[in-house]
Every structure is written in structure tokens, then in C-alpha cells.
Design a protein around this ligand. Structure first.
Ligand SMILES: [Zn+2]
Length: 404
């Protein structure tokens, strides 16, 4: 290589670095983005439009103007940033388990921040981590606006057991330290058989206390009996639902309960990383069970889709190995489960925003909303795999990725 060319490359790299740093500062000038196709997150599609962003918000969306734009994404499809309803931001492959239990707090924090970055680069502009107390620091660090990462909500812990009084107290304590929602476990893990783990009294105390405090409640559940109790007691979202039936899906429709199944990433990630999880204490029996439930979950999901008003939302349940793969969950739901691509996108945008109570600020592309915008190569309505080709990411009016 000639020295001159090397200098050119260095200069180019420097300019790119400077321009990226500049773009991450909130622009005082409006930013205009030309979109080839725009999906508004509510089922609408527009062609050839310009999105104008002022500060952190979308100011206008209108037909293409002749004047030049800040970002010409006329080859891309723009859509609202994805909203992931179930993630474990602090999970990674450590020496002992997938939560770094034997590692220093500093090491755990560094992995959590990496996961928040990887999630953002994968097109997730907001995620809900459910959750550990350390998530609160990750959430607040991202919120300070220096480190790039998805906007985070967290349950700040998980309610596994306790008497009704203990459960109520624990939920009050979590609210006091700043939890955004409550995470409750009422069935086991599928790799352990997924059996019921808690009584009706436990479930009722947890759901009712959450409601009293104005907190949403996400419930890890697999079997119809305990899931029914949670829905009737006012818990707001059912997660996983491995063995749920049509009757329970109808009950969710009646009560407006959100549902977060895991069709394409959760079990698959364990199976794909079998050796790494074996090293963390997983057994052959765990893998036998997980292999067996994959097709069963797919059948459950197909049945769920037949309940037209069931509010199914994006929940990839990312742990070690699967951060940044929320798009893969939607791709699997469409390709293997038969969900309509537009419904899949709504489930990860406007409906997901409703599920986390943020529908007034995020989840759609329209004037007044936060400018959480991603650009993908291709049109996901025609080819859902386009969601895995995220080349532009803006969160709150700042560009974090531009790699067309
Ligand atoms: Zn989980």
C-alpha cells in the first residue's frame, strides 16, 4: 500500500469518527431523512417521504421535497425502532453461570452495557429487562445520554416465592428502588419441565399488589391453571406460555392481557450454544427437553394467532448469546409460525409500546413522537428477513448507526 493512500484512509476514518460523534450530539438544526418506504408501526405504508426530526422528536412526515436531505435512505425501509418486551440485559457467558454470579460487579456491568449496545445496533431502541437490581444502574447510565444503548425499563428483580405478605412487601420495596414493572414467576423453566411453582394465594397477592401500586406485571407462566389465576387477578402480561390452550388465549383477549411467546430465539440459542451452556451446568436432559418443546411452542403460537384480538408482543427473552436478535424472533414468527409480516412489525412497535405503557411517546412514526427510527435493507413486508439488515438507527433524534 502506498503511504499516501494510507494517509487518505486515516483521514477518512477520522472524518467518519468526527461525523459520528457530531451526529450523536443532539442536533440543533432539523435533520431530514428521505425514506424509500416508511412503515408507520400501525399498519400504514408510505412511499417516498421525508421525515423531519427536530430535537428528539419527529416534526413532520411529508412527500419528498426537491431539496437535499441530511440522510438519503431512499433505498431503505424506515420503521419505528423495535421495542423488546423481555430481555435479561445482564446475562452473558461467565465462568460460572449466565449471570456472572462469581464475577465482580464491574465486570457484570461492562457486559450489561455491551448488551445494551448490541441490542441498539440490532434495531431495538427500547427494551424491558426482567430483571435484576443492577439493571437500574444500566438503565440510568444509558439515560444520561453518553453511552449508546437501548432505552431500558426494568423490573429490578424477580419474584419467585414468599408468603402473600412477603410478596406484597417485596413489590413495594422494588417500587421504592425504582422498578418500572414487576416480574413474577409461577411456573418452572421448560428445560426443567415447566411445572407450576406457586399457589393461587401467591399469584393473587403479586398481581393485586402490582395493580394497587400502578405497576405492570409480567408473569413467567406455562400451564393453564396458574396462568388463568394470574389473568383473573389482573396481571398484565403472560410470558412464554408453553402449554397454553385456546381457552386461556380467549381469557387473555377478554381481559386485554398481553402475551409474549418465544418462538424463534430463546430455546434455539441454548441449542445452538449447547457446549457453552453445558459448561454452565446445563445437562443432556435439559437439551432433550428443549429440543422436544421447540415444535410444541410453534404449534402453540399458531393456535394463539387464530385468536384475532390477542395482543401478542415481541419478546425474544434474550440471555447470554442472543442479545441483538429480537428481529430473529419476528422473522421466525412470520416464516415458521405464519404470522402476517405487518402484524409481526406492529407487535414489535405500536403494540409493544402500548404493552409497556409508552404509546404516547414511542412505537409509531408520526409527528410528535420520539424520533426512534430504524432503516433496514429491503422491505420487511415482502421479505421479513430485511429486519435483520438494520443499517440505520436513530434513538431520540440521535443517529447511532449509519452503515448503508
Ligand atoms: Zn426471561
Amino acid at each position: 500500500m502506498k503511504p499516501g493512500r494510507r494517509v487518505d484512509q486515516l483521514a477518512t476514518a477520522l472524518v467518519l469518527t468526527v461525523s459520528l460523534a457530531t451526529s450523536q450530539a443532539l442536533s440543533s438544526e432539523p435533520i431530514s431523512i428521505r425514506a424509500g418506504t416508511l412503515l408507520d408501526g400501525r399498519g400504514g405504508t408510505q412511499e417516498d417521504v421525508v421525515v423531519v426530526v427536530e430535537g428528539s422528536r419527529i416534526a413532520d412526515i411529508s412527500a419528498t421535497a426537491a431539496s437535499s436531505t441530511t440522510y438519503d435512505l431512499s433505498e431503505l425501509t424506515l420503521l419505528p425502532g423495535l421495542i423488546e418486551g423481555h430481555q435479561h440485559i445482564g446475562s452473558y457467558f461467565s465462568g460460572s453461570d449466565m449471570f456472572g454470579s462469581d464475577d465482580s460487579p464491574e465486570k457484570r456491568m461492562s457486559h450489561a452495557l455491551e448488551n445494551a449496545y448490541v441490542s441498539l445496533m440490532g434495531g431495538v431502541t427500547t427494551l424491558q429487562s426482567v430483571g435484576a437490581q443492577s439493571d437500574l444502574e444500566v438503565r440510568d447510565a444509558i439515560e444520561r445520554g453518553v453511552l449508546p444503548g437501548s432505552r431500558i425499563l426494568t423490573s429490578a428483580g424477580i419474584i419467585y416465592d414468599g408468603t402473600p405478605d412477603e410478596v406484597r412487601q417485596r413489590i413495594r420495596d422494588l417500587k421504592t428502588i425504582g422498578a418500572d414493572l414487576v416480574k413474577i414467576v409461577i411456573s418452572g423453566l421448560l428445560r426443567d419441565g415447566g411445572e407450576r411453582t406457586n399457589t393461587d394465594e401467591f399469584i393473587q397477592a403479586a398481581c393485586e399488589e402490582s395493580k394497587t401500586l400502578g405497576l405492570r406485571s409480567l408473569v413467567h407462566a406455562h400451564n393453564p391453571p396458574e396462568t388463568r389465576t394470574a389473568i383473573l387477578a389482573g396481571c398484565t402480561q403472560i410470558e412464554h406460555g408453553g402449554f397454553l390452550t385456546d381457552e386461556i388465549f380467549e381469557l387473555m383477549v377478554e381481559h386485554g392481557t398481553y402475551f409474549g411467546p418465544n418462538v424463534g430465539v430463546l430455546q434455539q440459542n441454548y441449542i445452538e450454544n449447547r457446549d457453552r451452556f453445558l459448561a454452565l451446568g446445563f445437562t443432556d436432559q435439559h437439551f432433550a427437553r428443549m429440543n422436544a418443546v421447540v415444535p410444541q411452542i410453534l404449534e402453540m403460537f399458531k393456535r394463539a394467532l387464530e385468536h384475532e384480538n390477542l395482543k401478542i408482543v415481541l419478546t425474544a427473552d434474550a440471555v447470554a448469546g442472543s442479545h441483538g436478535r429480537s428481529a430473529d424472533e419476528l422473522i421466525a414468527r412470520v416464516e415458521k409460525g405464519g404470522q402476517h409480516p405487518m402484524d409481526a412489525i406492529i407487535s414489535g412497535t405500536s403494540l409493544a409500546a402500548q404493552a409497556i405503557g409508552m404509546q404516547d411517546s414511542i412505537g409509531t412514526l408520526e409527528p410528535g413522537k420520539e424520533a426512534d427510527i430504524i432503516g433496514v435493507k429491503g422491505n420487511p413486508i415482502e421479505d421479513i428477513t430485511a429486519l435483520s439488515r438494520v443499517v440505520f438507527v436513530m434513538k431520540g433524534g440521535r443517529v447511532y448507526k449509519y452503515d448503508p
